[in-house]
Ligand binder design. Structure first.
Ligand SMILES: O=C[C@H](O)COP(=O)(O)O
Length: 254
């Protein structure tokens, strides 16, 4: 049984004090032994406050990006070692907004995947097709290729700890959600790709999230699908009340 994982991705939103207050309030709502893994992914500037606020709780904090080098002359960048040092656990890699606006490609994302594992960070690696690719029936092949590229050279023992987020680009922040059956079909493709690359053990262990306009109203149906183990949520993770509803759905899933 895969434990559901709900991750909020605040993107470039909230000021530091608001973020810390949010996690302080969340502390009372996420008990030890919770049936859902709870992750908040925030801008770098939030992270030291959030890891402090989440200390001694099951809440996990994630970054939204990082460089792949440990240190060096990379002005403006943040290294995996720096994240690990302030007790960050997860890092989102290859979000479509980074691929689109910051020209991140599969090769770069693969380097970051390797760097994450070398520094004890758990990647949430994002894949997903554009509307044009979906309309041309290219989704499954495109997503397969993204998964293969992201996991290139990653050892089996590490691969099974990764989280993959399937986020169709056309569903992000648009209010359009993939139907739960369509989302599940692509998530199954991702799992089968991992089975081919590694083994049944990896395919059956890796958690696959759906992301793209997930809300309290549609999450239960998505999580009821066989291959969807959680959600990566932008807009609906920003307010405590709606995030709590998402966590509740996660705890009651399957
Ligand atoms: O990382 C989260 C996704 O980009 C989804 O964002 P959204 O829930 O606002 O559509």
């Amino acid at each position: 049984m895969r434990k559901p994982i709900i991750a909020g991705n605040w993107k470039m939103n909230k000021l530091a004090a608001d973020g810390a207050r949010f996690v302080m309030s969340l502390r009372d709502e996420v008990p030890e032994g919770s049936k859902v893994d709870t992750v908040i992914c925030a801008s770098f500037i939030h992270l030291p406050f959030l890891t402090e606020a989440a200390r001694d709780t099951p809440i996990r904090i994630g970054a939204q990006n990082m460089h792949y080098e440990k240190s060096g002359a990379f002005t403006g960048e943040v290294s995996p070692e720096m994240l690990e040092n302030i007790l960050v656990d997860y890092v989102i890699l290859g979000h479509s907004e980074r691929r689109q606006y910051f020209h991140e490609d599969d090769e770069l994302i693969n380097k970051k995947m390797k760097a994450a594992f070398e520094n004890d960070l758990l990647p949430i690696v994002c894949v997903g097709e554009s509307l044009e690719q979906r309309e041309n029936n290219e989704t499954n092949q495109f997503v397969r290729n993204q998964v293969k590229a992201a996991f290139e050279g990653i050892r089996e023992g590490d691969a099974k700890k990764a989280v993959v987020a399937y986020e169709p680009i056309w569903a992000i922040g648009t209010g359009k959600t993939a139907s739960s059956e369509d989302a599940n079909e692509v998530c199954r493709t991702i799992r089968e790709t991992l089975r081919e690359l590694y083994s049944d053990a990896v395919a059956d262990e890796v958690r696959i999230q759906y992301g793209g306009s997930v809300k309290p109203e549609n999450i239960a149906e998505l999580l009821a699908q066989s291959d969807i183990d959680g959600a990566l949520v932008g807009g609906a993770s920003m307010e405590l009340e709606s995030f709590l509803k998402l966590l509740e759905a996660g705890a009651n899933a399957k």
